[in-house]
Design a protein around this ligand. Sequence first.
Ligand code: MN
Length: 227
Amino acid sequence: MRYVFPPAPPVSLPVAGSDASFPVRRVYCVGQNYADHAAEMGADGRNPPFFFSKPTDALVPGGGDVPFPPATSNLQHEVELVVALTGGGADVEPSRALEWVYGYAVGLDLTRRDLQLAAKEKGQPWDMGKGFDHSAPITAIQPVSSVGHPARGTIWLKVNGQPRQHGDLEQMSWKVAEVIAKLSTYVALAPGDLIFTGTPAGVSKIVRGDVLEAGVTGVGELTVRLI
Ligand code: MN
């Protein structure tokens, strides 16, 4: 194949305990999947899950130094459990959905909240609020063979050592299997797809120079410095 310019390099994530990498195809995210965060965003009840996407090359494997993004004065953190899939296709049965999970990671859904809220008000797309460069720092993937399918466990985030988010995976309104099944009614899931599964309450504004530490018990921890 002769290209008019060199194609972008493939995006992949390290796999804990392995020298093989997980090649990423697409990055999906669930909105408002913890009741306490839905409440702080002005929603109520156990609404059906809804989805948005981030560009695959928005991932920042391993975290570390992350450039503060342009065009915002209200950048916010959302710590999330991330599901890594080996496939699935369309219309996955909830009872079989976990068979398609390769492993789990911890990710940050960095959000330009001012742009997201303005888009919400006008009925415009969220892409520029959610899908910007470097908007998805993420740990290595822990394979199911080492960590199973974590259904409970602390999910937390600190800014400059101060606790900001603290929840438990069991608070997820829609469980991992339900999220996979519902998403597969909209798009065919394929090997390499990631799903960010939503964040608990406590999202807050962060600024250049802040150090974010985040984790999910049994899955991993991530450190990010905004530069
Ligand atoms: Mn999120």
